[in-house]
Design a binder for this molecule. Structure first.
Ligand code: HEC
Length: 133
């Protein structure tokens, strides 16, 4: 059943503001999913947690503030010169490429961990965007 069909059915059942509210909620939920589900991303991020955390450097750099930032800028972390000099900005698109294959985006990087499923990558990116501000 498409959203439009649901909206039409709801409209047939009831009139007034409730219908508008329901339709708006349905649309909001759908677009949130298309952009990535941060809650699901939080669960997936546990695998990253072997090397990363939001606040502290470990085997991998801390992720605080990483979204939208230039690569290689977590204070106090010893990056590979390849990543440090890559001039990549961590947009959604670049994070997606990075998670799909760090070595392909930045040959010589120290990170070798890949996320094959595009949906998983979108959810992890949504998590980083929201929680690693
Ligand atoms: C086995 C350890 C390991 C795992 C697991 C790992 N990473 Fe990394 N990650 C690294 C290392 C090491 C670097 C630094 C790479 C360099 O300096 O070349 C890095 C760098 C990054 C960067 C760049 C940060 C910056 O400040 O420029 C991002 C973003 C990132 N990782 C995200 C993730 C995410 C998301 C996951 C989970 C899906 C993940 N990593 C899993 C080790 C890991």
């Amino acid at each position: 059943m498409t959203i439009l069909t649901i909206v039409r059915k709801v409209t047939l059942w009831r009139a007034g503001t409730l219908v508008v509210a329901t339709a708006a909620t349905l649309i909001a939920v759908t677009s949130a999913n298309a952009a990535g589900d941060a809650a699901r991303g939080a669960t997936l991020y546990r695998d990253c947690g072997v090397c990363h955390s939001i606040q502290e450097n470990g085997p991998g750099p801390a992720h605080k503030g990483v979204f939208g930032r230039l690569a290689g800028k977590a204070p106090g972390y010893d990056y590979s010169s390849e990543l440090k000099n890559s001039n990549i900005v961590w947009t959604e698109e670049n994070l997606d490429k990075w998670l799909a294959g760090p070595e392909k985006l930045v040959p010589g990087t120290k990170m070798f961990y890949e996320v094959d499923d595009p949906r998983d990558r979108a959810d992890i990116i949504a998590f980083l965007k929201e929680k690693a501000k």
